[in-house]
Each structure stands twice: as C-alpha cells, then as structure tokens.
Design a protein around this ligand. Structure first.
Ligand code: UDX
Length: 424
C-alpha cells in the first residue's frame, strides 16, 4: 500500500520520498527492482524514479526532512487476541517526533482502530523536540491488490478525516487531480469508515457463502440467487461471489481488530463474530466437498491445487485460504501437487513443507491426480484446455472453490464437477 501510494502521488505531480524499516526492500527499489507483483506498478516506479519524483532513502530522518505531508503506511498486524498491533505506528511516531523541524501534516494511511489518531497526536506532542507545529489526518486507503493503481487513481471516494482547516486544505490539494468524490469527516469518523467498510464487505461475502450452503441443501443455484438479489441496486451484484471464504492481508485482520475494539468499547459486535465463524467454516465446507468427491477418503489420494495466492493477479500469500486448505489436506495424508502463476515461491516459504510438489503449469500439476481443486480464480484457469486436463487426471474430478466453470458444461464434458452452492 505504501509503495502504491508513493508511486501514485509521484504520478499526480508530487515529489515523494519513501522509506522502510526493511533495508533490503529499499536497496532493491533503489536499483529499480520492485519487491511485489502488482500490475502497472513497476512501470510507474521506473518512470518517476528516472524523473527524480520518486526517491527511496534509508532513514525516516532523510525522508521527512523536506516533506510537508507524511503518510504512515506501516503494517498493523493482528495480535493473538485479534487486537491491532500498533507498535509499528508507535515506532514511526517516535522517529517523526524526533526528526521534525518544521510544520508537518501526519497522515494515518494504515488501517487503525478508532481513537488511534488521538494517541498518535499525544505521542508526537510528547516526544517532539521543539514545539514544532503539526496536524494529524486520517486518510484510509481502499485499494485492492491486483487493481491497486486503478483503485488509487480512480477511487469511488476519497475519505479524509481532519480537524484543522490547514490539514483539510493540504489534503484536498493533494487529491485534487483525481477529481474523485470526497468525504470529509473527523479523524475518528475516518478511522471507523475504514474498519466498517471492510467489515461490511466481509459480511457480504460470508452472507453469500451461507446462502450458497442453503442453495446446496435445496438444489438451488447460488449464482442465479446472487444475481437475483444483487440486481437490487441497494445490494449490488459486485463482491457477491460465493467461494472458499475471504483471505488476504486486510479482511481477516480488520474484522478481528474491529471485533476487538468494539468489545473494548463495551459494544460487542456479534454479527461480525458470526461473519468470522462462517468464513472459517467455509474452508471446511470445501475440504468436505473434496472428501466426498473422493468417496469419503482423502488419505493417499493425489490432489491438484490450482491457485495459491489469496486472490488472482497478486503473489500475496498473506492469510491465503490455500494455506489452510493445503495443511488440512496434508494432515489427512493427501499428496498435494500445486500450481500458481505468481505465488509459488512465497507459498513454498509460507508452507515450509517439502511434501507439496510445486509444478510448472496447471497441466503438469493435474497429471496423475485423483482430484483437481480450484482455489484461486486466475484467468488462465478459466481458459484451461479441459480436454487435456481430463486426459491428464487419473479421475475426472473437479472441485471448484471459486465457481469459475459452468456445471452444465462440465457435466457434458464428462467431469464429476462440484462447485460452491451450484445446481448440478
Ligand atoms: C480489501 C478491500 O477490498 C480493500 O478496499 C482494502 O483496502 C484492502 O482489503 P484486498 O484484500 O486486496 O482488498 O482484496 P479483495 O479483492 O477485497 O478480496 C478479499 C478477499 O475476499 C479475497 O480472498 C477474495 O477472494 C474474497 N472475495 C472477494 C470473495 O470471496 N468473494 C467476493 O465476491 C469478493
């Protein structure tokens, strides 16, 4: 998120100085290497580095020296109890306070629980050397991995939480070139917008996943049902796909953090606790489907897993459902062959299990398998040569966790096909 924000603000005409506590990342970026896969990002970074509008430096001191606006984009991971761990924010605040010598607008871009802004303000006020003036703003980011540049440059809205006229003016000026609808709130308001927006989207996914189970129990088709519901503009068909549950670096963590802060505030968010429960359950639903398609026995079966990243067009493996699914399959003594267009290296590191055989393409992964499981809906799997796949599989069994195929077509092609909440 930090890198995308930096690159896009450079594209909008600003000079952006980026730094990170991970020096290997900065070293790579200084050489022109981009440590993550994100469509269009590399080209933008290269262009604006060459124009010296995007600069990478080793220390916060160097980064903030001449900057007027400072975006905090550090990670806010979950602690074991679900609470957001704000120690990275704290460290950065100390450094900013120590090194700022002129007015700064300090912007929370990381997702943080409500009231963090107040704490950031107090921390900086306490640790600043002289009485240097500063403002705080909260400007949550809604970009999605895989379409991050597009989401940044053409957002549905920009949310800005501010408490002074000066901060508001500066933020509006920064975002003016985007010509996006603006939502101006208090700092606390903007903090809640971010948690609540992610909580709502996660709820939408768990809702349709639960509906998919009802469809399955009754012989209805969740794709038709989702369309029927979503054509109501108030609900919308977007982000309403049943599957194996949500993953990624945001939803699971933000749902946990929101549950935790609501508890702490004395308002337990029971609905969100259920959203989380359904999301965990959905992975079991998927494993059960695989088991059933193998006549009740996973042990000793060879399973091809297609797609590892938490969603397509990214190599991000953070909270990827594939990790839990593969671990469960291995626990039940399956042999797992896997393929992903981008995420195999990271998946290998995350899984750290030599039993998983990573393959060079979908076809070699399918060869000799008893079952093919679609875990991430990469485009190349949608366009796969099904005739070839059928020949390569030991048994023509497909369990499609993302509903990328048409059940009728699959049946006609001779597959034993199971989707999520589909009518066969
Ligand atoms: C999310 C938010 O969308 C974004 O606004 C926020 O800034 C960061 O978190 P991201 O994590 O990149 O973005 O992925 P997103 O596209 O939202 O998908 C999240 C998860 O939900 C994925 O695992 C995806 O597979 C799942 N999902 C999404 C579904 O299961 N069904 C859907 O209909 C949509």
């Amino acid at each position: 998120m930090g890198l995308v924000t930096g690159a896009c603000f450079a594209k909008l005409g600003n000079t952006v100085i980026c730094t990170d506590s991970d020096k290997t990342k900065i070293k790579a970026l200084k050489k022109g290497d981009v440590p993550i896969y994100e469509p269009m990002l590399k080209g933008i970074i290269r262009k604006y580095r060459r124009m010296k509008r995007l600069i990478f430096v080793d220390t916060i001191e160097e980064a903030i020296k001449s900057a007027k606006v400072i975006f905090i984009c550090v990670g806010t991971p979950s602690r074991e109890n679900g609470e957001a761990d704000l120690s990275n924010i704290e460290k950065v605040c100390h450094e900013i306070a120590r090194h700022m010598h002129s007015y700064k607008l300090i912007v929370e871009k990381s997702t943080v629980p409500v009231q963090t802004g107040e704490w950031v303000k107090d921390t900086i006020r306490f640790f600043r050397k002289k009485k240097v003036k500063f403002d705080i703003a909260c400007n949550p980011e809604f970009l999605r991995e895989g379409s991050a540049i597009k989401d940044f440059m053409r957002p549905d809205r920009v949310v800005i939480g501010v408490e002074t006229k000066k901060a508001k003016k500066l933020m509006l000026k920064l975002y003016k070139p985007l010509k996006a609808p603006m939502s101006i709130t208090t700092i606390k308001g903007a903090e809640i917008v971010k948690h609540a927006a992610n909580a709502f989207l996660a709820t939408k996914i768990s809702f349709i996943n639960e509906i998919s189970n009802i469809c399955e129990a009754t012989g209805a088709d969740v794709v038709e049902v989702a369309r029927g519901i979503g054509m109501d503009k108030r609900i919308s068909e977007n982000f309403f796909n049943a599957g194996i549950g949500f993953g990624g670096s945001c939803f699971p963590k933000d749902v946990d953090a929101f549950i935790h802060i609501c508890d702490k505030l004395g308002h337990p968010f029971r609905l969100l606790e259920d959203v989380k429960r359904i999301n965990i359950q959905q992975k079991h639903v998927f494993i059960d489907k695989i088991r059933r398609s193998l006549n009740g026995k996973i042990k000793g079966k060879k399973i091809c897993v297609l797609g590892l990243s938490f969603k397509p067009d990214t190599d991000d493996m953070r909270n990827a459902p594939s990790l839990d699914i593969i671990k469960k399959l291995l626990n039940e003594k399956a042999v797992v062959k896997a393929y992903d267009p981008q995420a195999m290296e990271k998946a290998g590191e995350e899984l750290g299990d030599k039993r998983v055989k990573f393959c060079e393409d979908a076809y070699s992964a399918a060869r000799g398998c008893d079952c093919l499981a679609i875990v991430t809906e990469w485009n190349e799997f949608k366009k796969i040569n099904l005739k070839k796949i059928k020949k390569l599989l030991k048994r023509p069994v497909i369990v499609d966790g993302r509903n990328i195929y048409d059940p009728a077509v699959m049946k006609k092609s001779g597959f034993m096909y199971t989707g999520i909440g589909r009518r066969i």
